[in-house]
Design a protein around this ligand. Structure first.
Ligand SMILES: *Cc1c(COP(=O)(O)O)cnc(C)c1O
Length: 361
């Protein structure tokens, strides 16, 4: 029997096997209709039930109160880099951005097209290790419309271990950590996430926005990116990404069956500990992030002898451990271990890494 395949891709990432099988089973004949869910009107009663159930399940999973709107939008994570300022940054306003890595940098660069951006905290290293500038050293502006940060830097493997305490609405790009740990949604003005890491197919973006922030979009905001308009049309101002929304719904159902966010968080902790402990105790490998800020979702690591990179990638792939190559901007390796990655997958990776080190050390 061949080894099971484990996909460590950073995104689009693996989805739960049970979800893929369920989707496959009803792919051409959905709910007995003789056609795919992809082929029905988004305004049909049956599809609306799928869409509404997905929202209800997400609200339950994240404990989202009625003070917040939940939107299913187009344009992925980057679409929100523009949508956030267009919706809540007044033309002459200012917004604070916290830099911790490459995604928060991209968000800032995009936002600069739309107004004045204050770099409140730059990327920070502590003793040469990737880290987060302590909040006491942030230079927040008095009149910021919002404070933007990225709780989990997918490329750099840096994750906040607490939610920043700020007076202004806190905006978080949770593309790679949404639903991976329990959070208090009430601490945020806006949470957004591209779906392809922890939720479903790419292209879809989930936006959770506190309702008092609505009604502020600039007149030039493209209609499909206008939160207020989308809420009014229940995320169906134009045709939503219906299949992605449906699949997200299956993932939410699966998460509930796993025991919800609290339960998957425990598994995520166990997975991350297994991998980081192995790396820390093996001379052959290293991680370059301060322990406190190590990501539970994306684990970048380096071989001490980088000349072995190509062999490491070829051999891991041959064993069914896919997509371990690090992001081109930082090199090395990266194992993305989102909710759908089972503990056995991380164990298989550790076994391979141990064996590879032994053979090449
Ligand atoms: C993947 C990712 C994005 C970009 O998502 P797209 O859907 O490709 O636009 C943005 N932010 C973070 C943190 C990500 O991990």
């Amino acid at each position: 029997m061949s080894n099971p395949v484990y996909n460590f891709c950073a995104g689009p990432a693996m989805l739960p096997k049970d979800v893929m099988l369920a989707a496959q089973q009803e792919f051409v004949n959905w709910s007995g209709q003789g056609c795919s869910v992809m082929e029905v009107s988004h305004r049909s009663a049956d599809y609306l039930e799928v869409a509404n159930q997905a929202e209800r399940d997400l609200r339950e999973l994240m404990n989202i109160s009625d003070d917040y709107a939940v939107l299913f939008m187009h344009g992925g994570g980057r679409g929100q880099f523009a949508s956030v300022p267009l919706n809540i940054l007044p033309e002459n306003g200012i917004a604070d951005y916290i830099l911790t890595g490459s995604w928060s940098q991209s968000a800032l660069t995009e936002a600069q097209k739309f107004g004045k951006i204050n770099l409140a905290a730059d990327c920070y290293k502590n003793n040469g290790l990737g880290s987060v500038l302590p909040q006491a050293d942030w230079q927040l502006s008095k009149d910021a419309a919002y404070v933007h940060y990225c709780p989990n830097e997918t490329v750099d493997g840096i994750e906040f271990d607490t939610i920043p305490e700020v007076e202004k609405p806190l905006v978080a790009d949770m593309s790679s950590c949404i639903l991976s740990r329990e959070i208090d949604v009430n601490k945020f003005g806006i949470i957004y996430a591209g779906a392809q890491k922890n939720i479903g197919p790419s292209g879809l973006a989930i936006v959770i926005v506190r309702k008092d922030l609505l009604g502020r979009a600039r007149s030039v905001t493209p209609s499909i990116f206008d939160y207020t308009l989308q809420l009014k049309h229940e995320s169906m101002f134009n045709t939503p990404p219906t299949y992605a929304w449906y699949l997200a719904g299956l993932v939410f159902k699966w998460l509930k069956q796993q025991g919800g966010v609290k339960a998957v968080e425990q598994t995520n902790i166990a997975k991350a500990e297994l991998l980081y402990n192995f790396i820390d105790n093996n001379e052959f490998y290293e991680n370059r992030v301060e322990t406190r800020y190590r990501s539970r979702m994306n684990v970048p690591f380096y071989l001490k002898d980088e000349a072995l990179n190509a062999a490491f990638l070829a051999e891991s792939k041959a064993q069914g451990l896919l997509a371990l190559k690090g992001h081109r901007s930082v090199g090395g390796m990266r194992a993305s271990i989102y909710n759908a990655m089972p503990l056995e997958g991380v164990q298989a990776l550790v076994n391979f890494m141990q064996d590879f080190a032994k053979r090449n050390g």
